[in-house]
Design a protein around this ligand. Sequence first.
Ligand SMILES: Cc1cc2nc3c(=O)[nH]c(=O)nc-3n(C[C@H](O)[C@H](O)[C@H](O)COP(=O)(O)OP(=O)(O)OC[C@H]3O[C@@H](n4cnc5c(N)ncnc54)[C@H](O)[C@@H]3O)c2cc1C
Length: 409
Amino acid sequence: MAEFSFELDEEQRAVRDWVHGFAADVIRPAAAEWDEREETPWPILREAARIGLYSLDFYAQQYFDPTGLGIPVATEELFWGDAGIALSIMGTGLAAVGVLANGTEEQVGTWVPQMYGDADDVKVAAFCSSEPDAGSDVAAMRTRAVYDEAKDEWVLNGTKTWVTNGGIAHVHVVVAVVDPELGSRGHASFIVPPGTPGLSQGQKFKKHGIRASHTAEVVLDGVRVPGSCLLGGKDKLDERLARARERARTGGGERVRNAAMATFEASRPAVGAMAVGTARAAYEVALEYAKTRTQFGRPIIDNQGVAFQLADMRTRIDAARLLVWRASWMAVNGRPFTAAEGSMSKLFAGETARTVTAQAVQILGGNGFTRDYPVERMHRDAAIYTIFEGTSEIQRLVIARTLSGVHIR
Ligand SMILES: Cc1cc2nc3c(=O)[nH]c(=O)nc-3n(C[C@H](O)[C@H](O)[C@H](O)COP(=O)(O)OP(=O)(O)OC[C@H]3O[C@@H](n4cnc5c(N)ncnc54)[C@H](O)[C@@H]3O)c2cc1C
């Protein structure tokens, strides 16, 4: 049995400190400006690419860390710097994981490097699943992919929404329906290469938070992609669809559902780590403020009413991080998520970020309500963590179904 420890090893500490340095020196000072501009912070992405932080190599190194802590540790530090800018840096990773999870070795080798570009020509990528009528209810997806056998091409039609980097991405990964009879088991993922005719950006959203991250609709109008852009390949898709049809006929399907759930359970802790980063940032500002702000002739932290809030904030943040680390470790070590521990980590960390940033605003009083202090922005940013990658309600649904075996609605 391996020795038990909560301590990061030397290499992990070095990575954490390096990412923290970038977050403190480059991201934090630029956060308010890019929040106001509501644009992708390309100069910061270029700077991150120049030092190797925004790169496939760095992401892959963290992704394959055998302890599972590479991604959560780096993510927490980046989001401690600023959530909007950090999502511009990490958003490509979410699309890359879509290819790593479903693509062949050749597809991974061809497309994932193109998603990042290089330091002289930085690129971003997008993962397009959500639609106007298919958010939490993924099975309601309508975007169709139809195979044109004569040309060995797939033709995509539909509208995606809420896409991080949508329309500005070099490579788009698009999930579409190939067999409408099979619900979410009839979906497949496609690469849309750069410059493909028919793909365009729709509305760009003006958001409440994470405003430095670009979010937009993606319209697919007769988009034709080569057969080689179907992730996993046609033979694998045909086999999968045949199995799904057989299960639909015989009433099975549990194994397929479990495989899809395992993928989500493995990716959700990364979003939990984002939330921990934002919560920790707001807590630190509030702690410092409470020690220096004087009212009634003493620092406000001298009051239990303030000090106990800070105690609760820190306790929740540490608990959230432990849930995130546990789920990340489980994912890498192939442990079964028998209590939906990945969803648990995202649920608790997301709710923690919302609560802690609201408490930070309260502790800063009037100053907390202004854009002169960063907790106002952090509070707006934190709202996303209970919405994207499955809302808090959907996480509770997944946890409750997993625990009970009952298909709770
Ligand atoms: C900034 C941002 C970035 C995003 N980036 C991406 C991206 O890159 N790619 C992508 O594909 N998507 C992305 N999304 C989409 C995101 O994943 C969806 O917004 C999310 O899944 C919720 O879907 P919805 O907005 O349609 O809400 P709805 O599904 O309409 O939910 C509305 C409310 O109803 C509740 N609800 C729904 N069903 C149930 C139920 N069965 N039980 C209890 N409550 C329920 C929800 O919890 C929520 O509170 C992004 C969203 C945002 C805001």
